[in-house]
Write a protein that binds this ligand. Structure first.
Ligand code: F58
Length: 833
């Protein structure tokens, strides 16, 4: 368009202050108005808050795109190394609020909307969050993207664009009911489809030998089926910096019907059918329930996104003039978020050896130098293995490659530990017990130069149990990277009251330097500051109480102690131990009409995997006890129980800041790290917890006097199991516990039905694999300490302040800085403003 055209008649001054993507209220308002007109296209009279949401989101995305372009240019021109975070899950949460915060335009956007007669909070509430993850692992990936951008490290997140994310949970008659999560129905304003960024992904078929032009014997894979992956890019803005990284999610389609036509004379309906079949690959996120074996589609999902991502990376390398594929590890660091992407090790070898024709040793050196592997679990049932026959049918060439990796690897083990046949069997990439399998954790470990656990205790247990043989072979490859969470979302956004108080008390800057929260310590006993601190907390509790009332009808009093446990429902996380405490209090109040206790509101939230029978009964248990407690005038003066339906990132932001007490009560040795524990701590909750995962470090940082510790240690848990654990002994020795289990079993909470909760009681009495009963007495005793501490308001407030003040270590900025220094060798690349 010409500079003298009719649309460019504004004065230079106006152009400056009203630029297309300016950050002032006027520019933002114009951005919104433009998008309402050109992107939304509805008559003005019919515009509702959701239309303003989309228009504002698009206007914000435009601004991030400018930063994205500048970021890409800077890192490409300067030849910097890029972090590639491979993860089957990214639980990003609502985007608008954090993006406004990151760009520093919250106030400007509120003003712009107000001028258009809209309220920012109402507009923010219109966002449907992308639930592309199950829980901690997926949310960790999202926190890490935030910190990578904020620390100005060039990075790409690679994953899957599931059409249906984690199911929506409804509670009906106390039971979990799953609803499909159709998060894309209203469109997703944050992503940009890149139809030209597309790669072919094969599967099935066979491999064959052939002689290349130089008469060298080579192998190639002839896939039986081919899919096409298309990139969808979501910008990831850093806080208060120009850096804007990207999350690239792959969506599956059929290969072009053009290509098909050549083979099957233009069978149009067959082409449509292929498209439908192909699209199922990225249709739905798998909830983490039953063992994965047998889920062929899940393996294909993993291979699909990994193959697209690696092809994309090699393509970027090719595009950098003069950069050979040999430079891969100098230009890219690829982190495997658990074993889900670990097929990448075999796929990169295939791309380098079969397609790029590197010799094996060189390809292997490149592969190992490129990958790092993060382990997130010690639970044997959660360690991924694939049945060999299924693997062979799906990815025949990859299985050959894995055999060759294994052959060479076992030679190395043999050389290091001569004559140790048992060790070879334990370490092999192929498992022999109960039908042959491919062991994905072994593949990831062998193919990586760095292997890490996610908390100090977890890493130690990894080194001495699950991966002990590998640790003995390559101790230098192992290290710990304690998890962290982003203070932008989980402090500044979630807790605006605290954010304001912190700004006023210690001045700005803490949000990117969370250790500065220590500067709060001198105020811990200051009565004025304590009062302000309690006011903020009370406001947060009132806000949560309103939400709970709206969604459950249950009334909570913000002056009570808010005792909260939110996380996936799982036996090892022991929500039922929490319930045993509640029922104990109920029982005491019923037994003694004169009894009084410090009033408490117990809040739960979390989803159970749809196929996890006992977890679903635990949800029923919580709701059944809640119904009884909340409606019994003898006890509801002291106790209330609420189950928040559909725990997700959005309502998590209301929940963490409202907690007085954070329940982190997993069986020691079972929770790799936990990250909810950190979100509670930052927001001033005290923890009642076991010595498990990152709780250990939380207690070290907070000081043992500011933490309610209880329960068996990981070593003691193992010892008890070795000695033959008999849960019934604990019942026989504890009449109160016997009475409590009796109440649950006898229909007290289920209108006389003695069957519904029977499986929970029976499981505890007969099996109790996670030592709920063995830790019951210690838990009750710790809860007594909590109640006593709560009675001293100033003392409690001091402890609360110390918890926040000492939570700096648990910023994901600290964690990401460690990954960058120790594993990725990636430094900051400031993008000029
Ligand atoms: C979690 N794992 C750990 N897995 O349980 C938790 O302790 C840790 O803090 C967190 O990772 C981050 O390191 C986890 O969330 C899953 O959700 C898997 C998803 C895919 C299927 C198997 C479970």
């Amino acid at each position: 368009s010409s500079a003298s055209g009719p649309s460019s008649e504004s004065t230079p001054e106006q152009t400056r202050s009203h630029s297309r993507t300016g950050m002032d209220p006027d520019s933002i308002r114009r951005g919104i108005v433009d998008h309402l007109r050109y992107s939304i296209g509805r008559p003005a009279a019919t515009l509702r808050p959701e239309h303003y949401y989309r228009a504002l989101a698009l206007a914000v995305r435009d601004r991030m795109q400018d930063n994205r372009v500048a970021s890409t240019r800077t890192s490409l021109e300067l030849g910097h190394k890029v972090v590639c975070y491979f993860s089957a899950e990214f639980l990003m949460g609502p985007q608008l609020g954090v993006n406004l915060l990151d760009l520093g335009i919250e106030a400007a956007a509120a003003t712009a909307l107000a001028e258009l007669g809209q309220d920012l909070d109402e507009v923010l509430a219109c966002e449907e969050e992308p639930g592309l993850g199950n829980g901690g692992l997926g949310r960790l990936a999202a926190c890490y993207l935030d910190s990578l951008a904020t620390l100005e490290r060039p990075a790409i997140g690679y994953g899957i664009r599931y059409e249906y994310g984690i199911f929506d949970q409804e509670i009906r008659d106390g039971w979990q009911v799953e609803k499909t999560d159709n998060w894309l129905v209203a469109g997703n304003p944050w992503e940009i489809a890149k139809p030209d960024v597309s790669y072919r992904v094969g599967w099935r078929g066979y491999s064959e030998h052939y002689r290349d032009a130089g008469d060298v014997d080579r192998v190639r894979w002839v896939p039986g089926r081919v899919l096409r992956g298309v990139a969808y890019d979501t910008p990831v803005q850093g806080y208060d910096v120009r850096t804007c990284n990207v999350l690239t999610l792959w969506s599956a389609h059929a290969v072009d019907s053009f290509a098909l036509a050549a083979f099957n004379t233009g069978d149009y309906y067959k082409a449509v059918e292929d498209e439908v079949n192909s699209e199922t690959v990225t249709k739905v996120l798998y909830p983490n329930d039953e063992p994965e074996a047998g889920k062929r589609l899940r393996l294909l999902q993993q291979y699909f996104f990994v193959s697209c991502s690696l092809q994309h990376i090699l393509h970027i390398l090719d595009d950098l003039a003069g950069t050979s594929v040999r430079a891969l590890p100098e230009r890219f660091a690829v982190q495997l978020n658990d074993t889900h992407p670990s097929i990448a090790v075999a796929e990169l070898m295939r791309l380098l050896v079969d397609e790029r024709r590197l010799d094996w040793d060189e390809a292997w050196a490149i592969t190992v130098a490129t990958f790092g592997y993060t382990n997130h679990t010690l639970l044997p049932e959660a360690l991924e293995t694939w049945p060999l026959a299924m693997f062979d049918e799906s990815l025949p060439r990859h299985l050959e490659i894995i055999y060759e990796i294994n052959r060479r690897f076992l030679d190395e083990v043999r050389a290091a530990f001569p004559g140790d046949e048992a060790r070879l069997r334990r370490m092999s990439l192929i498992g022999e017990e109960g039908g042959k399998t491919v062991r994905m954790a072994h593949l990831a470990t062998v193919g990586s130069h760095a292997i890490n656990g996610v908390a100090a205790l977890h890493t130690e247990l990894l080194e001495h149990s699950v991966l002990a043989d590998f640790y003995q072979l390559w101790p230098e490859r192992f290290g710990n990277k304690t998890n962290g969470v982003t203070p932008r979302r989980f402090l500044a956004r979630a807790n605006p009251g605290l954010r304001e108080l912190l700004d006023a008390t210690i001045g700005p800057g803490w949000l990117t330097d969370l250790d500065r929260l220590r500067e709060l310590e001198p105020f811990a006993d200051d009565p004025t500051f304590q009062r302000q601190w309690r006011e903020v907390k009370r406001g947060n509790k009132a806000r949560l109480a309103r939400y709970v009332h709206e969604h459950t009808g249950i009334e909570l009093n913000p002056d009570w102690l808010f005792d909260i446990q939110v996380k996936r429902i799982h036996e090892y996380k022991r929500q039922h131990l929490n319930v045993l405490h509640i029922v104990t209090l109920y029982h005491r109040l019923k037994q003694d009409p004169d009894a009084t206790i410090a009033p408490r509101a117990f809040v739960f939230g979390g989803k159970a995997a749809p196929g996890y029978f006992l977890a679903k009964r635990i949800i029923k248990l919580i709701n059944a006890v809640g119904e009884r407690v909340n409606n019994d005038p003898d006890v509801n003066r002291f106790l209330r129980v609420a189950f928040v339906p559909n725990f997700n990132v959005q309502n998590a932001e209301l929940i963490y800041p409202a907690a007085d007490l954070s329940e982190q009560i997993s069986t020691a040795g079972k929770e790799a790290s936990g990250t909810g524990n950190m979100k509670f701590m930052m927001n001033g909750a005290l923890t009642i917890g076991t010595l498990d995962g990152a709780n250990v470090e939380i207690r070290d940082e907070a000081g043992p006097e500011n933490f309610f510790l209880f329960g068996r240690t990981a070593d003691e848990v193992e010892q008890i199991k070795r000695d033959g654990y008999r849960p019934a002994d604990y019942v026989d020795g504890n009449p109160e516990l016997a009475a409590v289990l009796g109440l649950i079993g006898d229909g007290t909470f289920t209108h006389g039905d003695t069957e519904v909760l029977r499986p929970v009681v029976d499981n505890l009495y007969r099996d109790d694999p996670f030592l709920v009963l063995a830790d019951y007495a210690a838990y009750l005793e710790a809860q007594e300490r909590v109640s006593a501490a709560w009675a001293d308001s100033a003392g409690w407030t001091r402890m609360s302040i110390y918890n926040s003040a000492r939570s700096g270590k648990f910023s994901s900025d600290r964690a990401i800085a460690e990954y960058c220094d120790d594993i990725w060798d990636v430094g900051p690349v400031p993008v000029p403003k």
